[in-house]
Structure formats: C-alpha cells, structure tokens
Write a protein that binds this ligand. Structure first.
Ligand SMILES: CC(C)(COP(=O)(O)OP(=O)(O)OC[C@H]1O[C@@H](n2cnc3c(N)ncnc32)[C@H](O)[C@@H]1OP(=O)(O)O)[C@@H](O)C(=O)NCCC(=O)NCCS
Length: 259
C-alpha cells in the first residue's frame, strides 16, 4: 500500500471570530449547545476546519447507531446530504488548540491534550486516570519515572489511544486501557508507535497494520497523535487554514432536540 497522506489543519480557539460568520445554522446550533463561551468557540473553530478539510458539508456518523445524524465521527457530505465515500475526517480540541485531520482511502483519528492538564493533578486524580486509561503493564512502567515524566507519558499514551479509537468511530465506548503500544525502532522509518494489543471488539479495525504517529502541534505545550487504520506508516502534511466559504445550509438538518 502507498503511504497515506494525512492533511493536518490547526487553529487556535482565539481564531473563532474568523469562522463564526460562515457557520451554517446546524453548525451554529452545534456550537450553541455549550454553556461556556470557550467551548462554543472551540466548536466554531472545529466546524470551520472540518468544512475546509471536507471541501463541503460535514455530518456525523455514529458507528454504534449505524446512522448519519448529529453525533459520532465527522464525515464529509455531498450537496444532497449523502456521505462522500473514501474521505475520512477527525477532530480534536484541548485548551486553546483545535486540530483536524483528513485522509483519503483510510480511516484516520486524531487527538491532542494540553500538558498543562496534568499540572493540577493530585495523587487520587492520577490513580483514577490510570485505572481508566492504562493497562497493568503501562502502569508498572510509570513507576520508575519522575512525576513530571510519568504525567507526560500518561498524556502521550492517552492521545495515541484516543486517536485509534476515533479512527474506528467507536470512541471511548471502548475502554482505552485495553489498547497497548510499543515504541517503533527509531530507524524503522515507520510510525512512532506500534499497536500491540487491543480489545476484541477492535479486531475488525486493528487486525491489519495501524500507523500511530506522535507529533508536536505548532502551538507549544501539547502532545498529539494521529492514527491511520490499515497502514503501517503515514505522512502528515500541514495545510494552511483559509477563510471559510459560506454554505447556504448544511446538507442535512441536525435534530436540535438530540444535541
Ligand atoms: C469521541 C470522543 C473520544 C471525544 O472525546 P473528547 O475528549 O470529549 O473530545 P476531543 O476534543 O478529543 O474530540 C472531539 C471530537 O471528536 C469527534 N467525535 C465525536 N464522536 C466521535 C466518534 N464516535 N468517533 C470519532 N470521532 C468522534 C468529533 O468530531 C468531536 O469534535 P466536534 O464536536 O468539534 O466535531 C468521545 O466523545 C466519545 O468517545 N464519544 C463517543 C461515545 C459513544 O460512542 N457513545 C455512544 C453513542 S450512541
């Protein structure tokens, strides 16, 4: 298989004003479900980046419900509201940064976390995080690290897991502690991490190769990862963010009561 290209779009929550005027009614409604202004801005920027990545309308597909609707993985739509085959999208936001990934002919997932998230953690917070997120082996490997290094390792493990789970479309409905990685050899020329075990429900997605690549977003102070299913490596290509092109309306109306 040729190496898939992942187009990467990055913007700051502070850029929300640039995207707000071009939101469709459905995108406005999506942002409006949040009570905090910062969360509304995050959603606004995410919608703007997704629209650029898709080159048109964006819907949501829930793999659990098996329906195109108002929740789940973002998917590109044609003008009639039908899913565009082939292209996969993923979005992530944390603190002030928003990332969107797009990949043709392979399922992609992306995640990022602000390193500052761990600054306020107590021992009990770390214990609770580890129980949800880490396998026994991963927990043992943290024991030899300083608190700061262990927190960095926790967040790196988390973004890798969430990137894979978003690529599958199942998200955190699958317990993340069931995924484990080993670091790829630095000279392997392959992805940054190798997925070496996963819960059985991920077999349909993860039995072939899975490229998991750590990368540093342009904004300092974050860890991030991209996952591509069915590929052993991928090329991440940053794309300039352009001003949004207004769409008259979203191709499918989102049912507001379900937001
Ligand atoms: C996807 C998920 C991991 C996101 O976690 P988070 O830390 O809150 O948020 P992040 O910033 O990392 O990611 C948010 C993005 O994830 C994407 N997303 C939501 N659900 C998704 C899914 N099932 N698969 C892939 N991506 C998903 C969205 O694009 C969202 O951004 P947007 O609202 O701006 O479009 C989490 O919300 C989740 O697991 N949801 C699915 C749970 C589920 O399946 N429930 C059953 C429903 S019937």
């Amino acid at each position: 298989m040729t190496t898939p290209t992942v187009r990467l779009l990055e913007a700051q929550v502070a850029d929300a004003g640039r995207f707000r005027q071009a939101l469709t009614p459905a995108e406005k409604a999506r942002a409006g479900r949040y009570r905090q202004a910062a969360d509304r801005d995050r959603s606004t920027v995410s919608s703007g980046l997704l629209r650029q990545a898709a080159g048109g309308g964006v819907g949501r597909f829930c793999r659990r419900c098996g329906k195109l609707g108002d929740h789940g993985q973002p998917v590109p739509l044609d003008g009639d509201g039908r899913r565009v085959a082939g292209m996969s999208l993923s979005a992530a936001h944390s603190d002030r940064a928003v990332l969107v990934a797009a990949c043709s002919h392979a399922l992609v997932g992306i995640d990022l976390e602000a390193l500052a998230l761990a600054k306020g953690w107590s021992g009990a917070d770390r214990e609770a995080f580890d129980q949800v997120a880490l396998s026994d082996h991963e927990r043992e490997s943290l024991a030899v690290l300083s608190t700061e290094c262990a927190d960095g390792a926790r967040l790196r493990a988390w973004v890798r897991k969430e990137a894979v789970l978003k690529a599958t479309g199942l998200g955190l409905a699958v317990p993340p502690r069931g995924l484990e990685f080993s670091d790829a050899a630095p000279d392997a020329g392959a992805a940054g991490a190798v997925l070496r075990s996963w819960p059985a429900e991920l077999d349909p997605f993860c039995s072939g190769p899975v490229a998991v690549v750590d990368f540093a977003p342009r904004a300092p102070g974050y860890v991030a990862a991209v996952a591509v299913l069915g590929a052993s490596r991928c090329a991440i290509v940053p794309e300039a963010v352009s001003d949004p092109i207004p769409l008259a309306s979203n191709p499918i109306p989102l049912p507001l009561e379900a937001l």
